[in-house]
Each structure stands twice: as C-alpha cells, then as structure tokens.
Design a protein around this ligand. Structure first.
Ligand SMILES: Cc1cc2nc3c(=O)[nH]c(=O)nc-3n(C[C@H](O)[C@H](O)[C@H](O)COP(=O)(O)OP(=O)(O)OC[C@H]3O[C@@H](n4cnc5c(N)ncnc54)[C@H](O)[C@@H]3O)c2cc1C
Length: 344
C-alpha cells in the first residue's frame, strides 16, 4: 500500500510526508470517479469525493481532499485503509488539523479523519486513562481534572486530538505526552496492530518516530488508534480544576486565540525561543496577503481573514529568510505542510 501525506516540495521548509510518484498519483492522473459517495464494502461507512479541508484545519485554509472518510469504528478504519491500499492511493491522516498547513490545491488520494474515533476510559485501580485517537486533548484534560486526577493540566489549551498529540509529542509548561504515555495502539497498512511504548517512539522535543519525513518509506507509517496515559488520581478536584483553569487563562493572555492559527509555527532552537528571535527582527505585524505575524506572539501566524495556504507558506519562508539573515540560524517549522507548495 502507498501511504502518503504529501508531495515533495523542494523547499527548505520541511514537510512530513512520503514522496508521491506523480505517474501513479491520482492527483496527476484523474481516475474519473463519480462525484457520488462511495460505500466501503461490508461496512456502514462511505468515502466522499472532493471534500473541503479548510474547515478541518485550525488555520481555516487549504483545498479539498480528493477522497475523504471519517470512520466511526476501528473496523471501518481498517476497511478504509484496505480500500485505499487496493487502489494504490496515497493516504493522509488527519486529527484536529491544529498543526497542519494544507495546500490550496488540496490533497490527492484518501484523507482519513480520526474525529469520530472517540472514547475515554478511566481505570481507577491503575490511574490510567485510555482514549481514542479522535478524542480532543482539552476534553480529556477537563475530565481528568473533574475526577481529581493530576497530570494533564498543561494540555487544556492544546486544541489537538489524542492521536495528533501522541504523534507530535505535544507539550506545554515543561510537560509533554512523552511524560505520560504508557503505550499506544497503532495500525500499519499491512493490517498489523502494535502496542508501542515511549521507548519505541523515540520521543524528543515535539518529535516522535511516528512523524513521517519525506525520506520515510511507506511501511514505516502508522496510524495511532488509541493511547493509554498514566495519571495520578486522588487529588482534590477543585484544586486540579483551578490549576487547569489557570493554565488556560495564562495561554489566553499570552497567545493569540482570537484568529485562526496553528499554535507555534517553528520549533524553539535550543537555547533560544523562536518567538523571541523573530520578534528581534521586527517582523511582528508583518503581513503577506491575509497572513500576519501575530503582534501578541511572534511565533504565531494568524489568518486575519481571507488568507490562503500560499500566503502562509510565503510568510513562513520570509520569516525563515529574515531570521537567517539576522541570526545565521534556520528555523525549523513545527507545523506540518501537506500538499504542493511553490516557493515565492
Ligand atoms: C491555538 C493553538 C495552540 C497550540 N498550542 C500548542 C502547545 O502548547 N503545544 C503543542 O505541542 N502544540 C500546540 N499546538 C499545535 C497542535 O495543537 C498540536 O501539535 C497537536 O498535537 C496536533 O494534534 P492534531 O490532532 O490537531 O493533529 P493534526 O494537526 O491533525 O496532525 C498533526 C500530524 O499528526 C498526524 N496525525 C494526526 N492524527 C494521527 C493519528 N491518529 N495517527 C497517526 N498520525 C496522525 C498528521 O498526519 C500530521 O502529520 C497548538 C495549536 C493551536 C491552533
């Protein structure tokens, strides 16, 4: 099976994807499908053609998925994977889209959203919680706080899914998923199901072995179906709720939540903060089309209205070039760029 998350771009901006063979990609060779929804054989699940992805990313930009499915059960997910595999289609995995920049041209092949793969199970004996890939991280953080379970207070302001958080090693306030993860259930395209531990995932700052690079062969790509986290039960729920609320309020005052964005655009290059490096170059407020470097936090790019993915991509390039001129340092994007982008 060909599992792909984007095209090679030949830019200095990293993309997390497989190279797609243009000769084989359905993007380049239209398959002449009917615009009707396609039932997944044997399942109560349909694949929809030409579905806009802009409302499914926190930047609110991007073109359509050639084909899109949002399975409600793991069996539907496996059947959808098999359906794509037998047709040799590239596959893109989509969580909450809160760390994605999707090309204006959209994505070829099948986009699989985990948004309906939701469940939360708290085990009071072990202090562990197991959550489905599509469960929103903030929802899990609030539920843990309401029970008086500590450990996830930092996660309340991160608008991703559990699956996306495991893949990205999401973190804040000096904590991250690597600190909590007991194991994660992942599917591969050959149908195998693995239970991986943090050691298997080779975790480091906002990085995991589950992130796909353009050099990765397709067989290395895996879909997170669920994750089990170790929390600490037994605290006063009022206190945990108070800490959780304080984290959220702190973020709301220091970060721009009022306009579409993807959180931090660049990784912090140790020992510096990317936001500080960008701010020192005077780029706060700099705008290309509808995309602007946030005044409140220079490592955020805002869609001020009507931005395209191309605007954002060109602004990312401009920031990289400006910072490199000032600091002789190339900022590495944290945001995952999917699809085809042209250099400015
Ligand atoms: C306002 C705002 C604030 C943010 N603050 C933070 C922060 O403090 N800390 C932080 O770490 N991040 C932050 N982020 C970024 C983002 O929320 C995290 O990276 C989050 O973990 C992404 O999860 P997601 O479900 O949205 O993943 P997506 O953006 O949908 O996907 C991210 C990557 O993971 C892959 N993926 C998604 N789900 C799966 C799955 N089930 N199996 C395999 N691969 C999968 C995708 O293919 C993609 O490569 C912020 C974003 C916003 C908009």
């Amino acid at each position: 099976m060909t599992l792909s998350q984007d095209f090679p771009t030949n830019t200095r901006v990293s993309t997390d994807s497989f190279p797609v063979n243009p000769a084989k990609s359905s993007w380049f060779v239209p398959l002449g499908r009917s615009p009707e929804p396609i039932p997944v054989p044997g399942r109560n699940c349909t694949i929809r053609p030409d579905v806009s992805l802009s409302s499914m990313t926190s930047f609110r930009v991007g073109g359509p998925a050639e084909l899109y499915v949002a399975p409600r059960q793991v069996e539907d997910l496996l059947a959808s994977l098999e359906w794509a595999e037998t047709r040799g289609l590239p596959i893109t995995l989509l969580g909450a889209g809160s760390n994605l920049l999707v090309s204006d041209r959209g994505l070829p092949g099948l986009v699989i959203s985990t948004r309906h793969l939701r469940r939360i199970e708290f085990d009071a004996e072990t202090g562990r919680v197991t959550a489905g890939a599509g469960e929103p991280l903030p929802r899990l953080a609030w539920q843990a706080a309401e029970r008086g379970w500590t450990g996830l207070e930092w996660a309340v302001g991160i608008p991703g899914t559990i699956g996306g958080a495991v893949v990205m090693n999401a973190g804040a306030h000096t904590s991250c998923m690597a600190d909590l993860l007991v194991n994660t259930q992942v599917f591969t395209l050959d149908g195998s199901v693995d239970r991986l531990t943090p050691a298997d995932l080779n975790y480091s700052y906002r990085t995991s072995a589950l992130q796909i690079s353009s050099q990765s062969p397709p067989h290395q790509v895996r879909l997170v179906a669920q994750a089990t986290l170790q929390l600490q039960p037994g605290a006063d729920p009022a206190k945990v709720l108070e800490t959780t609320t304080a984290h959220l309020n702190n973020r709301r005052t220091t970060q721009p939540y009022h306009l579409p964005n993807c959180g931090s655009v660049f990784r912090n290059p140790t020992p510096y903060k990317a936001g500080w490096l960008i701010e020192q170059t005077g780029l706060k407020g700099y705008q290309i089309g509808g995309a602007q470097v946030a005044q409140r936090h220079a490592n955020f790019i805002l869609n001020c209205g009507g931005a395209t993915a191309t605007d954002i991509f060109h602004l990312i390039q401009h920031i990289q070039e400006t910072v490199e001129q000032h600091w002789s340092l190339l900022l590495e994007p944290e945001v995952k760029m999917l699809g085809e982008f042209q250099m400015a």
